[in-house]
Design a protein around this ligand. Structure first.
Ligand code: GLA
Length: 397
């Protein structure tokens, strides 16, 4: 929605627009480094210009009252009984963030908030992290002790608060990648993030005559209901096996092990073939991230694309989190020779693929791939040419 329309909507729901402030936080695309953030790996996401915009102001009560422009639903929770909001159909991410902020010492005020999302929900582009970050920044900015708390709660800390909200309040055992990208994104850059230390580096997205095209399978993934938490348990099992196989190396994270370590541990890993597959994905994917970042830094897009395809095979056959629709989207993209690389992005089980396509041919690609995908699955997909934007921030109005 345009700003004027959004303010109109706020006025309709909450009476007037006096004192309203505007906050925004983006979704993300992950270029490579999938399902390894929770194994202490390196990931390579970029923030999108697709985002959640939040209009917010204090309301003089102890309630946070919310309205979603896309779903057209209202929800509220009480700052003195945030736990009651666990059952909300929409609004529990916001409540979880409020609870974590309060736990960190933020003196929260009741607020009226309108949420406007340009991110497709449940499409693997981190709409939930974007809600968490926009909410976190808004509630913190409206808090009584904002000037005391903001230096302690910078955007990296807000990302951790968002992750904890999702882990503890919403029951999804996610890693830090999505919230970090939403908090710390930078226009025209990808973020090379070490999830074990939170050290990061911005890498210019030097794509030359190429663009990133997101292909939405329109197969919804529901993270909570998916096998996400099951995969996490499997890699914990994998870490124990690595400890047993290489007792001299008691590393804290699976991604601390090298590809050679994986080979050395093979005899023990072979006793648990399924766990071995998961471990192989994690260790090799972590190595691939470094290679992919190097290729991008040196402008070698062809190599970057090939590594992306390799990563897709790994997440598909070793980690098994793709599914028919993502597989169809990936396979049909191979028909277009000029597409340098393609892979699923995000948690999987539906959602999007990301594709490297000559900018001049994006329309042709979307139309052609759309037709092929629909003929094969019966589902109409959607495409977005990626614009890489900034992280969570207050917008001046
Ligand atoms: C989801 C999670 C992230 C990450 C990805 C897979 O998006 O929120 O933490 O694990 O899946 O890479």
């Amino acid at each position: 929605m345009e700003f004027a329309e959004l303010f109109g909507s706020f006025g309709d729901v909450f009476g007037s627009t006096e004192g309203v402030r505007v906050f925004s936080a983006p979704g993300r695309v992950n270029l490579i480094g999938e399902h390894i953030d929770y194994c202490g790996g390196r990931v390579f996401p970029a923030a999108l210009s697709l985002s959640n915009t939040v209009l917010a102001r204090r309301n003089g009560t102890r309630k946070v009252r919310m309205y979603a422009t896309d779903l057209k639903i209202k929800a509220e929770f009480d700052l003195d009984d945030i736990d009651a909001a666990r059952s909300l159909r929409w609004g529990s991410y916001q409540a979880g963030v409020a609870k974590e902020l309060a736990g960190a010492g933020v003196v929260l005020r009741g607020a009226d908030m309108v949420f406007d999302s340009t991110l497709p929900f449940g499409s693997g582009l981190s709409s939930s992290a974007s809600i968490e970050l926009a909410t976190g920044l808004a509630l913190l900015s409206l808090a009584d002790n904002f000037s005391e708390m903001r230096p302690k709660l910078d955007n990296v800390q807000l990302a951790l608060i968002g992750q904890r909200a999702e882990n503890r309040f919403c029951g999804v055992n996610c890693g830090i990648m999505d919230q970090f990208a939403s908090a710390m994104g930078k226009a025209e850059h990808a973020i090379l993030l070490d999830c074990a230390t939170l050290e990061y580096e911005y890498v210019p997205l030097k794509l030359g005559d190429y663009s990133l095209v997101l292909a939405n399978t329109h197969k919804k993934h529901t993270l909570g209901a998916s096998k996400y938490n099951e995969r996490r348990a499997e890699v914990e099992e994998g870490l124990k096996l690595m400890h047993r196989a290489l007792p001299e190396k008691q590393f804290a994270n699976l991604c601390d092990y090298s590809e050679n370590d994986f080979t050395d541990a093979k005899r023990v890993l072979d006793t648990e073939p399924l766990i071995r597959m998961r471990v192989e994905h994690v260790i090799r994917e972590n190595a691939r991230v470094n290679k992919a970042a190097e290729a991008l830094k040196t402008g070698d897009l062809a190599r970057f694309g090939l590594i992306l395809k390799e990563a897709n095979d790994s997440i598909r056959y070793l980690y098994e989190v793709t599914g028919d629709e993502l597989d169809a989207m990936f396979e049909e993209a191979q028909y277009f020779d000029y597409c340098l690389g393609s892979r699923m992005t995000g948690a999987g089980f539906g959602g999007c693929t990301v594709n490297i396509v000559p900018t001049a041919l994006t329309q042709e690609f979307c139309a052609g791939l759309g037709k092929r995908y629909e003929a094969r699955t019966g589902i109409k997909p959607e495409f977005y040419v990626c614009a890489v934007g900034d992280g969570a921030r207050e917008l001046s109005i």
